[in-house]
Design a binder for this molecule. Structure first.
Ligand code: CO
Length: 501
């Protein structure tokens, strides 16, 4: 593992990794740990870190010899890493969803997965079984006194934040109707309108789609309560995984995508495998006014969006008569075809994610777009205190190659003004996951703090916890997990108050 100030290579072709090392992270987690102290093998833990890093992701990828078709179909498992005055402990637990309990008992898959996992027995056994399996595997957040495991097509599962025990499917004190969707990508407004809030959405899709925009209090006695709620209808099918916020707007990118459900109904494909980019169609930015902002109560504004498919946004901000939004664009919707093995994928055959900045002008009704890098990236974030504001820095996971697709092996810090980059690399045998930037509570500087990521250590066939200094990505500490955790999806840092001296 190494840190470098500048990328040494302009390599566009050669592989920096062994496919077996990369694929070895896909394994079942067969242990649930409770507050196990972690061994620091390098560096020291910053004393300023008090709190928990919660992460979610698939922990069960195989049952009775059958593998999931796509890791996104794996059952959610929470990892909690607790930082307390230089000590670090690890806990992990599967979310006891109804389907997890049933499949554990049966010892095999009895539900279909959205990304193509089939029940045993071929298309005949799968046809017309349109039940959704809520696998609770995409993100984990703290709202009020509960931890919520999120999966965007259905409701959240509430967990005990200390023990990680599953409390059950939650309707958030009556906010959500039975089966209503609740995004796995809330955005935390750091206090643009006096107090911090959590802004999130649910989408009901079809030939017309409805977005429900919800804002929740996150502090004080009202923490967890819904404080604003609006619904807007839009034309066309909407696949919305993420969104962005500014003080006045919630921004969505409605991808130009078609959904043909027939192969799903007939048992040949998972629902998400029926999505396909439609180059003849026009992608749209949907801007919904926030109830706390200057345009409260007004109708949404709609702008044409650039070509390409977007899962994730980095950030958005407002300047005069413009909105600026940075997002990761793919040439097409990436999916694993029915006869492909996800562990053997050829990275060159799937499109890479490219970070781009789009200016949306209210005065001219026009948009303009620029590339911020040619390097394949995912999981980008800014300092959370700059959510919705102009940020100067971002941190993200990137492929080792300067161009083209590849597994995520480095963490990059990108200066969003000068486009200057610095890196920390886990290659050749390490593979990074989503970096979480934690601002230093004692500093006012935007890039002071730490970046924490779980790294798959291909040599050790287990997971390492890597803590970097956010300003230059120098190594602060490396800790070894006693277990192997497959590549995860999203997570969040929840700070706690340090004990009084
Ligand atoms: Co996501």
């Amino acid at each position: 593992m190494k840190q470098s100030a500048l990328r040494a290579t302009s390599d566009k072709t050669s592989a920096h990794f062994d496919q077996h090392d990369w694929a070895s992270a896909y394994c079942n987690v067969d242990q649930e740990l409770k507050n196990v102290p972690l061994t620091t093998i390098k560096g020291s833990i910053p004393k300023e870190l008090f709190g928990n890093l919660y992460r979610n992701g698939p922990g069960k990828l195989e049952r009775n010899g059958q593998w999931v078709h796509h890791p996104f179909d794996g059952d959610g498992m929470i990892v909690s890493i607790c930082f307390n005055n230089g000590d670090v402990t690890l806990s992990n637990q599967f979310i006891r969803t109804e389907a997890w309990e049933e499949e554990e008992k049966a010892g095999k898959f009895i539900y279909r997965g959205v990304f193509g996992t089939q029940k045993p027995g071929g298309p005949i056994a799968n046809a017309f079984d349109l039940r959704l399996k809520n696998i609770a595997n995409t993100n984990v957040i703290k709202l009020g006194d509960q931890l919520l495991a999120l999966w965007e097509a259905a409701g959240p599962h509430a967990l005990n934040p200390s023990t990680l025990e599953t409390i059950g499917l939650s309707n958030l004190n009556g906010v959500l109707k039975k089966g209503e969707s609740f995004s796995a990508h809330p955005r935390f407004d750091p206090g643009h309108h006096d107090r911090p809030r959590m802004v999130t959405f649910g989408v009901k899709t079809g030939p017309k789609s409805t977005i429900r925009l919800m804002e929740f209090a996150t502090e004080g006695v009202a923490a967890g309560q819904l404080i604003s709620d609006r619904k807007d209808n839009f034309d066309g099918f909407a696949f919305l995984h993420d969104f962005a916020i500014t003080p006045n707007w919630a921004l969505f990118l409605q991808n130009a995508i078609d959904f043909n459900p027939l192969p799903f109904i007939l048992g040949q494909k998972g629902a998400a495998q029926c999505l396909k980019s439609n180059p003849k169609d026009q992608a749209k930015f949907l801007l919904i006014p926030r109830d706390c902002g200057a345009y409260a109560g007004q109708a949404p504004r709609i702008f044409n969006a650039p070509k390409g498919f977007v899962f994730h946004h980095l950030n958005a901000s407002e300047k005069d008569e413009e909105i600026i939004i940075e997002s990761i664009y793919y040439k097409d919707f990436p999916s694993i075809k029915p006869n492909e093995d996800f562990r053997k994928i050829n990275f060159d055959s799937i499109p890479e994610g490219i970070l781009k900045r789009c200016h949306i002008s209210f005065s001219s009704n026009q948009i303009s777009i620029t590339n911020l890098s040619k390097q394949c990236c995912e999981f980008a974030m800014v300092n959370p205190l700059y959510q919705g504001l102009k940020a100067n820095y971002s941190w993200m996971a990137v492929a080792e190659r300067a161009e083209g697709n590849g597994p995520l092996q480095s963490i990059k810090k990108l200066n969003l003004n000068t486009l200057e980059e610095c890196f920390w690399s886990a290659s050749p045998r390490g593979f990074v996951s989503e970096p979480i930037m934690i601002p230093n509570p004692t500093s006012k500087s935007e890039d002071e703090g730490w970046v924490i990521t779980l790294v798959w250590n291909g040599a050790r066939r287990a997971t390492d916890l890597v803590i970097l200094n956010a300003s230059d990505l120098s190594e602060q500490a490396i800790l070894e997990f006693p277990i192997a955790i497959p590549y995860g999806l999203h997570g969040n840092w929840v700070s706690s108050n340090p004990p009084k001296q």
